[in-house]
Design a protein around this ligand. Structure first.
Ligand code: GLN
Length: 230
């Protein structure tokens, strides 16, 4: 029988903030998680011979959990940034994203990032959307624990815009049928998601190798099709 240390070595505790569809969300049936990141991480685990155990955390708790090594990795639509790379290590990029501006359908004044000056804007706490919004002159920022709560605030007329990851806002409009909002202007940023690890984690190389295999053998494509086709 394997001893405890060996057993622990085969399980990867992976943090995620599970209200970010289609990347991570609670499955409709049961207690489990589903989404693009969830499927990708499970496929990586299979490829690398690691047992994946998801741990749900608030988004702004993920980096502290990596730093204290209460988790071994995180997959959470997390953008690779220079600032974060000072405290955690990242895998190779696995998804290209960027920030989009969402407004109500009848909005005419706000058509670009420049037009956001002096506006009321909702963002998700600890995100690149929150970081970029803080740079806008005269803004009044409302901060929420999830992107969907920020978008709901916009629908409810309490703010005039949301700055959030484009694929997530698009999915909310198209797939989750969030009514009355639209995306305007160009993407505010170009961003790449990475899997995050504690600094100097031995798992980075292992997971990069598995990710490369999945990109080559069609597994990544089929997961992509599942969540982003059409
Ligand atoms: N990609 C954004 C970031 O890294 C948002 C991530 C998220 O809300 N899960 O800040």
């Amino acid at each position: 029988l394997p001893n405890q240390a060996q057993e622990a070595a085969t399980t990867l505790r992976v943090a995620t903030e599970p209200t970010f569809p289609p990347f991570e969300m609670k499955a409709e049936s049961g207690e489990g998680l589903t989404g693009f990141d969830v499927d990708l991480m499970r496929a990586i685990g299979k490829e690398a011979g690691l047992n994946i155990q998801f741990i749900s955390l608030p988004f702004d708790g993920i980096i502290p959990a990596l730093q204290s090594q209460t988790v071994d990795a995180a997959i959470s639509g997390m953008t690779i940034t220079a600032e974060r790379a000072q405290t955690v290590d990242f895998s190779r990029p696995y998804f290209k994203a960027g920030l989009a501006i969402a407004v109500r359908e009848n909005e005419e004044e706000i058509q670009s990032f420049e037009d956001l000056a002096n506006q009321k804007i909702a963002v998700q706490i600890g995100t690149t959307g929150a970081r970029e919004t803080a740079k806008i002159p005269g803004v009044e920022i409302s901060t929420f624990d999830s992107a969907s709560l920020a978008l709901q605030e916009l629908v409810n007329g309490k703010v005039n815009a949301v700055v959030n990851d484009a694929p997530v806002t698009l999915y909310a409009i198209k797939q989750a049928n969030l009514r009355g909002i639209k995306i305007v202007g160009e993407l505010v940023t170009e961003e790449y998601y990475g899997i995050a690890f504690p600094k100097n984690s031995p798992n980075v190389a292992k997971i990069n190798t598995a990710l490369a295999t999945l990109l080559e053998n069609g597994t990544y494509d089929s997961i992509y099709q599942t969540w982003f086709a059409g």
